[in-house]
Design a protein around this ligand. Structure first.
Ligand SMILES: NC(=O)c1ccc[n+]([C@@H]2O[C@H](COP(=O)([O-])OP(=O)(O)OC[C@H]3O[C@@H](n4cnc5c(N)ncnc54)[C@H](OP(=O)(O)O)[C@@H]3O)[C@@H](O)[C@H]2O)c1
Length: 325
């Protein structure tokens, strides 16, 4: 099969398309003929081994010291079950599925365990749309519902509202009953409003554009805000959430947990099959809509990574493997 490959960490140019053996199907494994996959900000960071200093060693220990142990990148996928292992009962060949894994999705075939984050694809979605959902939607779900414990009526500010996570955070916060403000560039204001934001702040205004004390939750999806600068924008018991964080935010999380004022919260969204099923239900019901900002073929994988590295990605960058553009 054809797959994107990189055997060392580095710029997008480390990526190649190679012919590699098909992934094996273990007794509990499902092999998917991938129709569409994506390049997420997470894929681009891992390709470059670009992490906050505090995570540099743990990431290399987990993924490979000098280069990635699994050389095929890619987390998100959608496609058709091609083969199942002897002990698999939840899936059958021919079934349309989508999901998220740690690596290996930027390929014609992918093998994952049947208890991994893989669920039936809602029939109303194309493979490209389904592949564009898990990374951003799971992060939005975990951070807004589980970490921030958003309650209806709260005021939410989403920073990076037009990005891969942001487009889902805006929609989910609206669905959970919040008043939503998106912070983005002027070019993306119409998109963010279209996703349901009640208000939009031009990112060039920074904290000066925010209403003092105006937000119960500040969800920074891209790690461009600082607690000290944005604290005046938070309500007295507001929560400042960081998806991308370093040692400074971890220390602030500890310190603010001891006081009575606004809090800093950091965390990770795991690839949880139950939560992905919840995302699938919301996609099927039309409560969440994937945003595809750019499309590539598998042989354009390096170009897709360059686009993600540029910081100007809107929604998701989809790599179509079978689907026509
Ligand atoms: N902790 C976790 O479990 C977890 C889970 C998922 C993702 N993440 C992390 O979350 C981060 C965001 O991912 P993503 O996929 O949403 O990113 P992304 O799609 O690459 O974000 C791109 C967006 O960021 C906006 N942007 C760029 N620079 C900005 C700035 N200075 N101020 C405001 N907005 C800016 C751009 O929109 P405008 O041009 O409109 O500003 C662009 O639309 C990544 O670092 C990822 O690793 C963490």
């Amino acid at each position: 099969m054809k797959a994107a490959i990189h055997r060392r960490y580095g710029p997008p140019e480390v990526l190649r398309i190679e012919e590699v053996p098909m992934p094996p199907v273990g007794r509990r494994h499902v092999r998917v003929r991938v129709h569409a996959t994506t390049v997420t900000s997470g894929d681009a960071r891992l390709r470059a081994a670009r992490t906050p200093a505090i995570f540099a060693l743990p990431i290399r220990l987990a993924f490979g010291l000098r280069g990635p142990r699994q050389p095929i990148p890619g987390m998100e996928f959608a496609g058709e079950v091609e083969a199942v292992g002897a002990d698999v009962t939840r899936f059958r060949p021919g079934q349309a599925v989508f999901g998220i894994t740690t690596r290996g999705a930027n390929a014609e075939y992918l093998s994952v365990r049947d208890d991994a984050a893989i669920v039936p694809k809602p029939p109303g979605l194309t493979h490209a749309e389904a592949a564009a959902a898990p990374f951003g939607a799971l992060a939005a779900l975990v951070f807004l519902r589980d970490v921030a414990r958003l309650v209806p009526g709260e005021r939410v500010l989403v920073v990076g509202a037009a990005g891969g996570v942001g487009v889902f955070a805006v929609q989910l916060a609206k669905h959970l009953g919040a008043h939503v403000t998106g912070l983005c560039s002027a070019e993306n204001a119409a998109l963010v409003r279209d996703l349901g934001a009640d208000a939009v702040i031009d990112r060039r205004a920074g904290p000066d554009g925010a209403t003092p004390g105006g937000y119960d939750i500040l969800l920074d999806t891209i790690g461009v805000t600082r607690f000290a600068a944005w604290r005046p924008a938070l309500a007295p018991r507001g929560r400042h959430l960081f998806l991308s964080f370093g040692l400074g935010e971890l220390v602030q999380m500890m310190l603010t947990s001891l006081g009575q004022g606004p809090r800093v919260l950091c965390g990770f969204a795991a690839n949880d099959p139950g939560k992905l099923a919840c995302v699938a239900d919301m996609l099927a019901a039309g409560l969440l809509r994937p945003v595809i900002g750019a499309r590539y073929r598998l042989d354009e994988i390096a170009e897709a990574h360059r686009h993600v590295d540029s910081g100007g990605k809107r929604g998701s960058a989809v790599v179509s493997i079978i689907d026509p553009r």
